[in-house]
Design a binder for this molecule. Structure first.
Ligand code: ADP
Ligand code: MG
Length: 238
């Protein structure tokens, strides 16, 4: 059995009158690829924002390895090894792809590190080595998304949170992103992704957590989840 890298207990987030996340529990094993699915507005991005520290918990607890994250600001969570890849990548447009990834490497742990080796490794994991010398300006949506993963990977995270990495990608780009996320895990980083593309999410994930209206309604293997009547009713039906 592998260690639990991230756990949540009674995780709850209220925005004034609205309960966006309620009593959600999770245990993500180190080395896994987990999915997080559910209808729009279910609270998926909010949950990721609670893990990164962008939002503070209303109640409950999130632990990263044995550490309670409550007192850690976002940058300390980054330093501890939690990275987030955003759907909209905002690279420095005038810099090359390699330079953009190198910035990620420099924001990683400030220990003695060879930034060039880390950068090349991240480019290779994301499958964008051949784009390394192009400026970020004018990259396709698919290439930008891979650049976003490469920048996150260059910080050498232990956990990568990816919010809808395949949204808006064509089937070829989606397949490349799936491969990219598999490479991230191969390298030893645990991955938790929000994704609406069910083909992608079921092909890549070991297990999937389903939330609806802020509550966890199911968790299991892709096969268990797609056959779960509650999941079909809340999300997959029609
Ligand atoms: P998902 O990512 O699953 O589509 P979100 O986590 O973005 O859902 O949103 C969950 C609910 O929380 C929605 O009703 C949304 O409007 C609300 N919400 C998210 N962020 C905020 C915020 N900063 N202030 C108020 N309400 C918010
Ligand atoms: Mg969202």
């Amino acid at each position: 059995m592998s260690k639990t890298i991230l756990s949540g207990r009674a995780v709850t987030k209220k925005f004034r009158g609205l309960t966006a996340i309620e009593d959600v529990e999770f245990d993500i094993p180190e080395g896994a690829i987990y999915g997080l699915i559910g209808p729009n507005g279910a609270g998926k991005s909010t949950l990721f924002n609670l893990i990164t520290g962008y939002y503070a918990l209303t109640s409950g607890e999130i632990r990263f390895f044995d550490r309670d994250l409550a007192s850690l600001p976002t940058y300390r969570r980054n330093q501890a090894g939690i990275a987030r890849a955003f759907q909209i990548s905002k690279p420095f447009p005038a810099l090359t792809v390699r330079e953009n990834v190198r910035v990620g490497a420099m924001f990683g742990k400030p220990e003695r590190t060879n930034f060039d080796i880390v950068t090349d490794e991240a480019l290779s994991i994301a499958g964008i080595t051949e784009l390394a010398d192009r400026t970020a300006e004018g990259l396709t949506v698919g290439a930008l998304r891979k650049l976003e993963i490469a920048r996150a990977v260059a910080t050498r995270p232990k956990l990568l949170l990816a919010d809808e990495p395949c949204a808006g990608l064509n089937p070829t780009e989606t397949e490349e992103m799936v491969q990219c996320l598999r490479n991230v895990r191969e390298r030893g980083t645990t991955v938790w992704l929000v994704e609406h593309d069910m083909r992608a999410v079921t092909s890549i994930c070991d297990r999937i957590i389903v939330i609806d209206a802020g509550r966890k309604i199911a968790e299991g293997t892709p096969r268990e989840v797609v056959n779960n009547p509650k999941v079909i009713a809340a999300y997959l039906g029609t």
